[in-house]
Write a protein that binds this ligand. Structure first.
Ligand code: SF4
Length: 66
């Protein structure tokens, strides 16, 4: 799995960091998303999919391994 973010569209809602805290964090000052791991291991991938679906700004793009 490969994870990409478009930080410009982030509205700092924070679902990503709640759902997948090993992969996403938020900036202290603005609350915008920080991608901690663009290649998350299998045990975090369902949480990343949930975060991508829950993100109100459609900031998170997930590319599955082929
Ligand atoms: S859920 Fe989406 S909009 Fe909210 S902080 Fe995460 S990336 Fe940004």
């Amino acid at each position: 799995m490969k994870v990409e973010i478009d930080e410009r569209r982030c509205c700092s809602a924070g679902q990503c960091a709640v759902l997948a805290p090993d992969v996403f964090d938020q900036r202290e000052d603005t609350g915008t998303v920080v991608l901690l791991n663009p290649n998350p291991p299998a045990e975090h991938q369902n949480a990343v999919r949930d975060a991508a679906e829950s993100c109100p700004g459609m900031v998170i793009t997930v590319t599955e391994d082929s």
